[in-house]
Structure formats: structure tokens, C-alpha cells
Design a protein around this ligand. Structure first.
Ligand code: GAL
Length: 833
């Protein structure tokens, strides 16, 4: 049990006779028992669960496999994808065994709990249909697997005794369009307070005025008091702390105002010359509320927040702190590839680091409530968030999906999302739905308005959007018009005409591109194609293939660059995810997506550098594709693309110039989306440098980049790889925390004797970990590979994979070793403190 919050007397600086701690919060991580059996007996404290599997939470029961086409095989027609007749979709939800029942049990002490205290249990998310029992009694039920929820467990806990918590979860078949994960995949918190306390999610901090000179901070704090309490004896002392942990200001308010203020205390503060929160400067302040009964400290509750303003100005765009800001965003699912849905801070922060290096400034949590760890990391690292809620309302996309819950749960689910995250500065927009089939129905704009009104009621400071993929319907039935922000999924060619019909004066690309590619796989001839399928179940990394409803990255770039009312995009997707192997719907063993800019192993695909060249203005990008190891293609046309933010470059093959290419900035929106222009890659000429007729010969590809004055300023080379020679290892982090949770992601690749990647190598690599950590998982980004993520060996895909090592709680050195037949192995040491 880890103590997260420990409030000591010394902190409050007052003379009192209180016990040392007034609020205790800890996670239930260890000592869980788990089974896939189902029996009502499991709620009984006396039930003997010693034969069950021992697990730690967060835990995703399905990620251990085995993969099978039979797991949640869906014989359906996916209407959104234009399918008219039902067909087999084996890998749609990842081919992993998440369907069915799972039980978790744990016994825990709550030494801080005593008569007169209060206790709460908070689940950050439980997949799904959670029934919660303590000491044999039912505490509550929460069906939606992505949401956080909490229960008052004061009356169920036994002071001074062991308490038994049992949780029954159940996932229905055909309830999802992707891999949802399974189990207690997010953290479980126990919170113990005094009788007078600030409840879970009890504060709401807003910044109604923000400028360079000052910010006005409003803090509303809910307070719960014992029945019949004399309000005049209670006071709330709230202080504001700056990012350097210095106290700036403090206000004391008597609780006598409570009845006139909806059970909340309202306090205002002025902060002079505030440091404003932004992706470049993620400055966090803290509002610390202390509740007193006379001089006795009863509770202390800290709320990190940011000072920032957001505004949408018609015709002009989205403004953060008064500066026009275009969303350079990605949609991400919640799964963490080989870790499944089990939340992990190190894995989340690694994703954000990779995205930030690409120049990405925003994530859409498609299509559900995010994990608190993601929101916190975005606050701290500087990443805007569009926090989403649902993939369907009361009309089904999946027969057992959210439509079954909508009527009873939609308001409760939205309220929890908003109360959970309305203090987080990274969250800049709420999203009430994704391509909900209601969008087609006349009159269902009323549902959209109702859900948006709930968001406004709970948080009037943020705009609300939804992603709509039926542009013609939604601009004619008011579905788009009622939204603060009309979010369009795909069909950017219609932005211009729809903009004219809509009242908001702005357009958001809520979901864009859905370009498909497999890292390191190149298809010839290089042609723009929709829904192309190949025998190897891969898509071309020349970045020229997309879905029938979607397009290439440049078809979105051009809109958001040339149309002032376009406020940016969220690309489908940042990272590959489990499930939805489009276009390989029926092609088992495909079971994970090809949409990612970054693959399932977290390794950037070529497309990463295209986005980086366009989005990351601060760093230089000069990336060449394809690889240049094409035994058997000698003399054949093998185009070369360069993704760069230099305006022009010259390509050399074995020293022979192939000519200079310059980005054609004259290419505009109107003429460049005809069939002929698409086939001729007109728009690509504005953003990529392309040599379409180059012939392969082994040797060296060299590119020399020129600045706008024609000076040669940078160069890059790619060499034909020789014989595979040795393994090379690179860890994303070598200094780790000895907390039993921290992870290092190690890039494993086979190279020739000179260090050139062997891009076609698929040999199996064996891993061994000794010392202060253990082997955790691996992934290679091959969406058609059914290898176990947890076995300590895996095949390379296009010469690379990622192995993941986890620390133990013992500090020390972790020794990681990779070996394979035919090449020299490699070792790396990590330090865990
Ligand atoms: C969209 C949908 C996403 C994903 C994507 C694939 O229509 O919102 O969840 O399915 O298509 O292109």
C-alpha cells in the first residue's frame, strides 16, 4: 500500500490536538487474487481464494492471450465503413480473450479508519459492469468500463479488522469496435477522511480572468460536515502556491455561507504576473484547501491547476492565452500496445515524449474517458487534451455497446468525466460522441444539445465538440449547428462548403487522415490507393494508402494551413492500437491497426517524419525513405521520398545526382483534389520531396538539403546493409525508479558490421533480464503477428522490435541481454534507484 497523501501537523502551523493525519489515501495494488470463474459465493469474506491467480492491479486479464480468431469473432456489417452485408471480423477487437466474467478479491487493512471517520473507494476505471462488494455486502455498480467512479464505504468497513473487497466484472461479446482490455486495468484508491471533509473531486478551480499582469482565480470547494454541525465553527483556509512551491496568497472563509452557495465555499484570488500554462510552458499552480473546526484541522485537499485562457473566435480560430493555436493533434486509443489496457505511467509518458518530439500539441482520447495518469502527464509535460466520452448513444454501433446503458447512465457518466478532469489545464475541450449513428436522425440534435448542456452546466469554461462523419446529414439536420465546435471526421474536401452553412465560423478536423502503413514495408509500384490489400497483410510505408472514406496527410495539412477558420486536426491515430486491422477486416491473423503514425511497439514509422517536418518548427527534420537494401530489385524503379522542413534537397545515388526537388508552395486546395491531381501526388509535392523514377542499385542514397537561399545546410545517408552482424540496443531511459512499476523501453535491432539496420531481418531474439528488474513484454509492430507479448522472445519486424523491462522495488542494476542465432548478442545496463 502506498501512501499518496500524508498530512502532518507541522504543515498547518497551528496548535491543535489532532491525530497526525487527517486524510489518508492509498492504492490497492498488491495482494489481489483473480479468477475467470463465476460464482455468487465469491463475495463472501470466508471464501477461500488461495487457489486463484495472484495479480497486481492495474491488471488486464486479456493481454496474456492466447490470440484466437474465435475471441469475440463478430459477424457483422460495419455500416460506417460502407459494408452492406455481414462478414467475419476476427481481429476487430484484437483477438484477445476479454469477453466473459472475471473476479478480483483482496483483503486490506485500513489502520487509519475508526468510528467517526469516513472512507471512500475510487476506481479510475474497471472493465466493465463492475459490481463492488465489501465484507460480503454490495457497495455499488458502475457499468461503463472507461469511467472513474467512487462509493462511500464508511458503513461497510470494519475498524481494526481485515476487510474483504470483491469485484465482479463482465465484458459482453460484440460490445466494442476495438480492444477494450479487461479487468481492474486502472488504479483503485482507498481514501479515509475525518467526518468533516472535502469529498472526492470536491474542488473546482477556474481562471475567469487571465492576462500577463494578473489572473483572477476562483476556487469552489465542496464541504461535507457531520449532521447538525454548527457551521459557524468551521472555516476553510485556501492558499495558492506557485510552480516554484512558494505560497502566494491565502484566504479564510467561514462556512456560514454554505447554505447559500449550494454546499460549496466560493473563494477568489488574484495572482500577479502569472506564468501561463501552455504546451511549451506547462506551469502548474496548486490550490491547497484546509478545513478547520475551530482550530482543529479536519481536512487538507490539494488541487493542481494551470492559469490559462481558451477562446474560440469565429472566422479566426482557437486561441490559447490570446495566441492563435492550431491543433496539431492525434487521436489515441487507451491501450498501451503490448501492455494492453493496464495503465502505466512510464508507458504513457514515453508516448507523450515521442509525440511532442513530432511537434504534436494535442491528444484526443478516442473514444472514451482517459486514465487520470494520462491527464496528469499532459498537465505536467504540456499536451492539450480533447477528453472524449462515448462511441455511441442510444443507437447501436455494436449490439451490446453503450446503447444498452445510454438512457440510465449518460448523464452520470458525463458528470463523472467532467468532475474528474475539470481542474486539469491540459483539457481544453470536451467531446460528447464519436460518429454516433444518431447523427443521421432528424430531431436527434436535441440529444446533442442536451449532452452539451450537461457539459456546460458542470463546466462552463470549455467548448464542447463531437466527431461527425456524415457531413451532409449533420449540416442539414442541425446536429452540427448546435455544437460549440463542429468536429468533422474525414472528408476535408467538404470543409469549405460546410463552413458556409454552419453558424460557428470555425471547423475542427476532429478525426483525419486514416492513412495506413506498416513500418519498413514498401509496396511497388508507388501509387495512391484506397483499401489496398496484399498477401503479407501489410500496407505501404510510402504513405500513399488510405481507407475508402479517408485520405493522405497532406489532404488535411492544406486545409488547416490555407483556411483561416480551420482550427486544426486530430490524426487517426498517433499510435497503433489493438483491434481494427483495417483494411484487413477478414484477414486473420491481422488483429491490430495500421493507422498509427507510430507502430504498436512505439517505433516511429516513416510518416512520423512527415508530420514532424510539418509540425515541429523548432527542430530540423531530414528523413529518407525507403531503406536501400533491395536484393533482387536492381535496375527497377524504386522511388525515393524525403520528409524535411528544408525547402529543397538534392538526391544522390552512389554519388550520381538524381536532381534537385523543391517543395511547390503554389499548390492550392481547389485544383489539387481531382482524380488526376491525386494520382499525380499534386498535394504531396507541396509537403514531400519525391523522386519517382529512381532505379535501385546497391550502395548509398545521399540527400543534401538546401536552405531558402540555396546553401547546402544538411545531409543524410542510407546505405545498403551488408550481412546481419550484431544486435544493437538503445534504451529510452537508463535511470529508473525502483518502485516495481517503472519501465524502460529498449529498441532492439539487427545491424551489419558497420551499424546499418538490416531492414528485412525477421530473426527471433531471446531476452534475459537479471538484477533489480524483470522482463515485462515486447512488441514488434507487426499487426499480423500472433506472438505472445509476454514470452521472453520475439521475432524482429523490419529489423526492429521493442523489449520492455520493469524495475523491482529493490534498487540496483538491471542487466538486459538480447541474443539470436547467427549474430553477436548485446547487453545493456540500467540503473534503478
Ligand atoms: C472512424 C472512427 C474510428 C476508426 C476510424 C478508422 O470512422 O471514428 O474509431 O474506426 O474510423 O478509419
Amino acid at each position: 500500500m502506498k501512501k499518496i497523501c500524508l498530512v502532518l501537523l507541522g504543515l498547518c502551523g497551528m496548535l491543535t490536538t489532532l491525530p497526525a493525519q487527517v486524510r489518508n489515501e492509498f492504492l490497492l495494488e498488491k495482494n489481489w487474487k483473480f479468477t475467470r470463474e463465476d460464482n455468487p459465493e465469491f463475495v463472501n469474506p470466508s471464501f477461500n481464494d488461495s487457489k486463484w491467480q495472484s495479480v497486481t492491479v492495474p491488471h488486464d486479464w486479456a493481454i496474456y492471450g492466447p490470440f484466437s480468431a474465435q475471441n469475440d469473432k463478430q459477424d457483422v456489417a460495419i455500416a460506417q465503413d460502407g459494408q452492406k452485408e455481414a462478414m467475419e471480423h476476427a481481429g476487430r477487437t484484437g483477438g484477445l480473450p476479454f469477453v466473459g466474467v472475471g473476479w478480483y478479491r483482496t483483503q486490506f487493512d485500513v489502520p487509519q479508519f475508526a468510528p467517526g471517520k469516513r472512507a471512500f473507494i475510487l476506481f479510475d476505471g474497471a472493465m466493465s459492469q463492475a459490481n463492488v462488494y465489501i465484507n460480503g455486502e454490495k457497495v455499488g455498480y458502475w457499468p461503463y468500463g472507461y469511467n472513474s467512479f467512487h462509493f462511500d464505504i464508511t458503513k461497510y468497513l470494519k475498524p481494526g479488522e481485515k476487510n474483504t473487497l470483491a469485484v465482479r466484472l463482465e465484458n459482453l461479446p460484440e460490445s466494442s469496435r476495438w480492444y477494450p482490455g479487461a479487468g481492474l486495468y486502472r488504479n483503485v484508491h482507498v481514501i479515509v477522511t475525518e467526518d468533516a471533509h472535502i469529498p472526492v473531486w470536491g474542488t473546482y478551480v477556474t481562471t475567469p480572468e487571465v492576462n500577463k499582469q494578473f489572473a483572477k482565480i476562483n476556487v469552489q470547494t465542496k464541504v461535507e460536515l457531520p449532521e447538525g454541525a454548527d457551521l459557524s465553527k468551521y472555516s476553510l483556509v485556501t492558499s495558492i502556491w506557485n510552480p516554484n512551491k512558494q505560497k502566494l496568497t491565502e484566504t479564510t472563509t467561514s462556512l456560514s455561507q454554505l447554505p447559500y452557495n449550494n454546499g460549496s465555499v466560493n473563494q477568489e484570488f488574484i495572482v500577479r504576473t502569472p506564468t501561463l500554462w501552455s504546451p511549451d510552458m506547462p506551469a502548474l499552480y496548486v490550490a491547497e484547501a484546509r478545513l478547520y473546526e475551530s482550530t482543529a484541522l479536519k481536512d487538507i485537499y490539494s488541487t493542481p491547476f494551470g492559469i490559462r485562457s481558451i477562446e474560440i473566435i469565429p472566422e479566426k480560430g482557437f486561441f490559447l492565452n490570446g495566441e492563435k493555436t492550431v491543433f496539431k493533434g492525434v487521436c489515441n486509443h487507451h491501450d498501451l500496445g503490448p501492455l494492453g489496457a493496464a495503465v502505466n505511467d512510464a508507458a504513457i509518458r514515453r508516448q507523450i515524449r515521442i509525440l511532442k518530439d513530432m511537434g504534436c500539441n494535442a491528444i484526443r482520447t478516442s473514444h472514451n474517458m482517459p486514465a487520470p495518469e494520462l491527464v496528469k502527464a499532459c498537465d505536467e509535460m504540456g499536451m492539450m487534451l480533447m477528453a472524449e466520452s462515448f462511441d455511441e448513444w442510444n443507437v447501436a454501433k455494436c449490439k451490446n455497446g453503450y446503447n444498452l446503458l445510454f438512457d440510465e447512465w449518460v448523464e452520470k457518466d458525463l458528470v463523472n468525466l467532467i468532475h474528474n478532469f475539470r481542474n486539469n489545464p491540459s483539457v481544453v475541450m470536451w467531446c460528447i460522441g464519436n460518429e454516433v449513428p444518431n447523427q443521421w436522425n432528424e430531431g436527434d440534435c436535441k440529444i446533442a444539445k442536451r449532452l452539451q448542456d450537461i457539459c456546460h452546466r458542470e463546466d462552463p469554461t470549455r467548448p464542447v465538440t463531437q466527431g461527425m462523419d456524415a457531413p451532409d446529414a449533420v449540416v442539414n439536420n442541425n446536429f452540427a449547428a448546435v455544437m460549440d465546435v463542429a468536429g468533422f471526421n474525414y472528408r476535408p474536401q467538404l470543409y469549405k462548403v460546410n463552413y458556409k452553412k454552419l453558424p460557428q465560423g470555425i471547423i475542427l478536423g476532429s478525426e483525419t487522415a486514416s492513412t495506413v502503413s506498416s513500418r519498413g514495408v514498401y509496396k511497388f509500384p508507388v501509387e495512391r490507393k484506397a483499401m489496398a490489400v496484399y498477401d503479407d497483410n501489410q500496407s505501404s510505408s510510402y504513405d500513399v494508402e488510405h481507407c475508402s472514406w479517408s485520405n493522405l496527410p497532406e489532404d488535411d495539412f492544406i486545409q488547416h494551413e490555407d483556411l483561416p477558420y480551420c482550427i486544426g486536426e486530430f490524426v487517426w491515430t498517433g499510435f497503433d492500437y489493438l483491434g481494427e486491422p483495417t483494411p484487413y477486416y477478414t484477414n486473420w491473423p491481422s488483429h491490430s491497426s495500421l493507422f498509427g503514425i507510430i507502430d504498436l511497439a512505439g517505433i516511429p514509422k516513416d510518416r512520423y517524419y512527415l508530420y514532424r517536418s510539418h509540425w515541429n518548427k523548432a527542430e530540423r527534420t531530414l528523413h529518407i525513405l525507403p531503406h536501400w537494401t533491395w536484393s533482387g530489385r536492381e535496375g527497377e524503379t524504386t522511388p525515393v521520398f524525403v520528409y524535411t522542413n528544408y525547402p529543397s534537397a538534392e538526391l544522390f545515388i552512389n554519388g550520381k545526382s538524381q536532381g534537385k526537388r523543391t517543395k511547390d508552395l503554389s499548390i492550392g486546395i481547389d485544383s489539387s483534389y481531382t482524380d488526376a491531381a491525386k494520382a499525380a501526388f499534386e498535394r504531396q509535392k507541396r509537403y514531400r520531396l519525391m523522386w519517382m523514377d529512381t532505379k535501385y542499385e546497391p550502395g548509398t542514397l545521399k540527400v543534401v538539403a538546401y536552405d531558402k537561399d540555396g546553401n547546402a545546410v544538411a545531409e543524410e545517408e542510407v546505405h545498403t546493409a551488408g550481412k546481419p552482424h550484431h544486435i544493437e540496443l538503445t534504451a529510452d531511459r537508463k535511470q529508473l525508479t525502483a518502485d516495481g512499476k517503472d519501465l524502460s523501453f529498449i529498441n532492439v535491432r539487427v545491424v551489419d558490421k558497420d551499424g546499418n539496420l538490416c531492414p528485412n531481418d525477421t530473426r527471433q531474439i531471446k531476452f534475459e533480464v537479471r538484477g533489480a528488474g524483470s522482463y515485462h513484454a515486447a512488441a514488434n509492430g507487426n499487426s499480423a503477428s500472433l506472438e505472445s507479448f509476454q514470452a521472453p522472445h520475439m521475432k524482429l519486424f523490419s529489423g526492429q522490435l521493442t523489449a520492455i523491462v520493469q524495475t523491482s522495488e529493490q534498487p540496483g542494476i538491471i542487466f538486459f541481454e538480447a541474443s539470436a542465432p547467427g549474430v553477436k548478442g548485446a547487453k545493456i545496463e540500467l540503473i534503478s534507484k
